[in-house]
Design a protein around this ligand. Sequence first.
Ligand SMILES: [Zn+2]
Length: 286
Amino acid sequence: MRAITPPQLNFTDVLNTCIESISCEDLSRELTAINPQFNNAVQNFIAKVATADLFQIQPFTGDNDDIVAGNITKKELKGLYTSHMVPLTKPARTYYEQLKMLAPLSICPFCGFGHVSTLDHYLPKAKFPLLSILPSNLVPSCADCNKGKSAGIATTKSEQCLHPYFDQNHFISEQWLYAEVLESSPATIRYYVQAPENWNADDQARVTQHFIDFDLARRFGIQAGTELSSLKGELEFDFQSNQVDGVKLALQKKAFVAASQHLNSWKTALYQTLLNSDWYCSGGFR
Ligand SMILES: [Zn+2]
């Protein structure tokens, strides 16, 4: 996971821009009329996210045509996003683009390697329709992470995956992602999570949940497989120059560079475990 600077966009600006682009006057009026409910939902989100308690927000369990607030249905609230923020021709698309650009180098913060192509609702709009266009609930994401996570919602603190805007500090600065080398031919890599023991139980569970939600064991494994195949030629050169020491020095450098950029990246875990494997360094890389 990579941290992202939280958006500075004002919710009311985004809402008003979406409402102004609605041609049906009745719908615009009805949406404006539920301003208090919008504000309550936003204030509740702000209060809960500060303590990582978003799971406490009650989901809406009704169908698309059921009323959420005033005379406004779930379908109409979801439509604020899909019909008035996402389409290229809508004025609120500018906010959509601004949010996407929050991810440095367009790299997905959830997996740390995918290309950002969409926005992910941290709390899904189907269950939290009043938060469908709240900037803090919209996170730049790659297509795989966006699709992977949409299924369920957290009902306890420990079931919450990491939120790139709000879960920073120790989730970023302390290592919880590791890998091991399987001595197969060719070598394969297995990723796993091991949170620091001094973390509280919820935080330990949350990094595991994040790993599961985004199918990272499988997806990191694919990245590692490609990397191993390109490392082969490079390490052969290092081996011929200085045997095992040459290979270790090359891997040490890669592990150092990767860790200084992102401690919990698939690359850091990969190079660390390769470096620690005498089997790999003495010829397993072939
Ligand atoms: Zn991703």
